[in-house]
Structures are given as structure tokens and as C-alpha cells.
Design a protein around this ligand. Structure first.
Ligand code: UD1
Length: 369
């Protein structure tokens, strides 16, 4: 069986794609895959590292107004669809899967027009524009949340939940701690602004880390995003923090082994990207969420609110984020283990660890037909 998979731009679209591939491989060991992305997206870094065949089409997102640049982009998009058609002709897929990001557009459109079965997976409560357009052409839509279903044709959409990497579930605390040189017995806070990092969280964390430097009983693993790494190191230095004297505080640009970090996290400080939240809830990790305020239709705040209402997370709006506010919520939660435990329980109740398997079954089902 030949399967084309596409999804990209950010990790929130790429990791669901990898998870779907790995799950199908368990069910159909001889399935052949081809991943279609762009040269500029994070997928060009992550997918070859996963050992998956990777090819690219050239496409960019559109601006919301008519501009000369947009006309150029439309031209590129047409070239993108032509190249996608050639890729489909050559690879002869039995089914094509898209997990979001504009890179999915050309290949899913080409495959649909060639009457090849297609499935898209939507992670967010409010769908992205590419998936909204593609939903008119594709065979099936796997929705990550029940709220998203109303945005899609009722006869095509199925609620599955968001797929999470199996390592997120299988990773163990002791191993996680060992891989970072941290102490498995200490309370551990994992900080991440999503796959590209978050400047606002990084800035607030400089103040939090300054206080935490004198409290080795709580460990911090702060993932800054590649672009935020040097500025955070500089900010800490200016704040008088000597990281070499603080083995309980780790600052990293990006984690290729995020599941190991999640395995030892007692509390997370996160943006509210849908894939990250699916992983946190599958493990039952309580969180302080700071939604990215400029995500399309403010979908991260919707994502975060769902967890907050269920008692699985506390939310701080980006415009209200200061080191003091973050420190105060953090101190409150870390000093009240019962509260943290209740949040962990509520978080676990929201997780859908079987989502990947359900999506893989859906893919195999439409491929057969
Ligand atoms: C700014 C923006 O619009 N972001 C969107 C993007 O977020 P983004 O790409 O940040 O997505 P998420 O936070 O949902 O997922 C990030 C993924 O990257 C992984 N990871 C992250 C950092 C790291 O160092 N290592 C690592 O492996 C996480 O474990 C997770 O699997 O896609 C999500 C899913 O469609 C959306 O909900 C987000 O709103």
C-alpha cells in the first residue's frame, strides 16, 4: 500500500502526521510512505531525522489582502499543484493524508481531483483555512475536538481526538530524568512555547528563573524555541543568573525527545497549541497555559479554556503575563499538592490515547474502498 502524507509549517501539524504514519506501520508493516512538505517549514528538519522519504512542493500562505506579493504566491501555488500532480502520478498512492498547514493544499487537492481517497486531520477547536477549503474535496475528516465538527460537512467528519506519539505514553520518569541529568525525585516544571517557542513566555521565565535559582528543590526544564535561545541566555546573564551554578535549571533551544521531558513533568507552562495539549492530557500533566493571542480566530484561547473549564489547567492571558503573575500561580500550585493532583486527574480524563489508532483505521478503511 502506498500512502502520501503532508502537513507542516509547525510541529503542531508535523507530529500528528508522524504519529499517524507510525500507527499505520504497525497495522500494515509493508506500507510505503512519502512525506510532502516545504523546504522552509520545520518538517524539512524533522521528517528526514525520522528516516522518512521526503519531497517538497513550493507554496506559501496568502496574506489577507490583495497585494502584488499575493499574485506571485498564487502563481507559485499553481506551480505547486502541477508538481503535486506529478508526485501523485509517480508515487501512485492508495490514500493521501493531510494534517494541516498550507503545504497540504496542493497535494490533497491534486489527489482529490484524481479520485484518490483522502483524509484530513484537524487538531484545533477552530479549523485552519486550508482544512476548511480542503474539506469540500476530501473523503473524510478526523476532528481532534467535538467542537470542530460543526465547521465540516456532517457526512464526512468523524470525532477521533488528536493523535499523539506512542513515546508520549510509554516514556518513563526515571529514563526521562536520566536523559536530562535531572533528579527523578524532585518536582519538575516543563516550560515550552510550542514548536517555535514563545517570546512572551521566555521573557516572563527570566524573572521566574531568577527566583528559582535559589530554590534547588524544584527543577525547571525550559525549552525556548530555537530563535529564543540566545536571547534567554543573555537575559539570564543580565539578571545575574549563573546557570552553571544551577544544575536544577536546564535551558534548551528545542527538544527532539519531548516525550522524555513530559515523562518527568509534574507541571507544564505551555502555549495552548492543540497537539501539545493532546500530549499533556494523555499523560495527565497539569498546566499553566498562556495562549498565543494571534493564532487564527484566537483558537489557542478556545483550546486553553476547554482545559481550564475541566479543571485541568490554569490560564493566564498573554496580555496579563508578567513574571510576578506567573510566579504567583506557579508557587500556589507547587505548594498545594492536592490541587496539583486534582488537576492531573482532570487532565488525564480529557486525554484520548486511542486517537491515532482510530485515525489509522479510518485511513485504511477509505484506502480499501
Ligand atoms: C502559533 C500557532 O498558530 N501555533 C499552532 C501550531 O502550534 P505548534 O506547532 O506550536 O503546536 P503544538 O504546541 O500543538 O505542538 C507542538 C508539537 O511540537 C512538539 N515539540 C515542541 C517543542 C519542542 O522543543 N519539541 C517538540 O517535540 C510538541 O511535543 C508537540 O508535539 O499548531 C497547533 C496544532 O495545529 C495549533 O493549535 C497552534 O495554534
Amino acid at each position: 500500500m502506498n500512502i502520501i502524507v503532508s502537513g507542516g509549517g509547525t510541529g503542531g501539524h508535523i507530529y500528528p502526521a508522524i504519529t499517524i504514519i507510525r500507527t499505520i506501520q504497525q497495522k500494515v508493516p509493508d506500507a510505503r510512505f512519502l512525506y510532502v512538505g516545504t523546504k522552509r517549514g520545520l518538517e524539512a528538519d524533522i521528517i528526514p531525522k525520522e528516516g522518512l522519504p521526503f519531497t517538497t512542493v513550493d507554496i506559501q500562505g496568502f496574506e489577507r489582502h490583495l497585494t502584488a506579493d499575493n499574485i506571485l504566491r498564487a502563481g507559485r501555488a499553481m506551480v505547486g499543484v502541477a508538481k503535486a500532480t506529478r508526485i501523485v502520478h509517480k508515487f501512485k498512492p492508495d490514500v493521501v493524508i493531510g494534517t494541516g498547514g498550507y503545504v497540504c493544499g496542493p497535494i490533497l487537492l491534486a489527489a482529490s481531483l484524481m479520485h484518490i481517497p483522502t483524509l484530513i486531520q484537524e487538531q484545533n477547536v477552530v479549523p485552519g483555512i486550508t482544512n476548511k477549503i480542503l474539506s469540500k474535496f476530501v473523503t473524510k475528516i478526523a476532528a481532534g475536538t467535538e467542537e470542530a465538527m460543526k465547521h465540516f460537512p456532517a457526512d464526512k467528519v468523524v470525532f477521533t481526538g488528536n493523535p499523539i506519539r506512542s513515546e508520549v505514553l510509554s516514556a518513563q520518569r526515571e529514563q526521562g530524568a536520566a536523559s536530562f541529568g535531572l533528579d527523578p525525585k524532585k518536582l519538575t516544571v516543563l516550560v515550552s512555547g510550542g514548536s517555535r517557542g514563545a517570546r512572551a513566555i521566555n521573557l516572563a521565565m527570566i524573572g521566574v528563573i531568577k527566583n528559582a535559582a535559589a530554590h534547588p528543590e524544584v527543577q525547571f526544564l525550559h525549552v525556548t524555541g530555537k530563535r529564543g535561545y540566545e536571547p534567554v541566555l543573555k537575559g539570564l546573564e543580565e539578571a545575574g543568573v549563573d546557570l552553571t551554578a544551577c544544575p536544577h535549571i536546564l535551558v534548551k533551544p528545542y527538544l527532539y525527545n519531548m516525550p522524555q521531558a513530559m515523562a518527568m513533568a509534574d507541571l507544564a507552562i505551555f502555549r495552548a497549541g492543540a497537539t501539545g495539549l493532546a500530549e499533556l492530557t494523555a499523560r495527565g500533566i497539569p498546566a499553566i497555559l498562556i495562549p498565543y493571542p494571534y493564532a487564527a480566530e484566537n483558537h489557542q484561547e478556545h483550546n486553553a479554556r476547554a482545559l481550564e473549564e475541566a479543571g485541568a489547567a490554569r490560564m493566564i492571558l498573554d496580555r496579563e503575563l508578567t513574571p510576578e503573575r506567573l510566579s504567583s500561580v506557579l508557587t500556589e500550585l507547587l505548594s498545594e499538592p492536592d490541587k496539583l493532583q486534582a488537576m492531573a486527574k482532570a487532565s488525564r480524563a480529557m486525554g484520548r490515547p486511542q486517537a491515532a489508532s482510530d485515525i489509522a483505521d479510518l485511513v485504511l478503511d477509505i484506502a480499501k474502498k
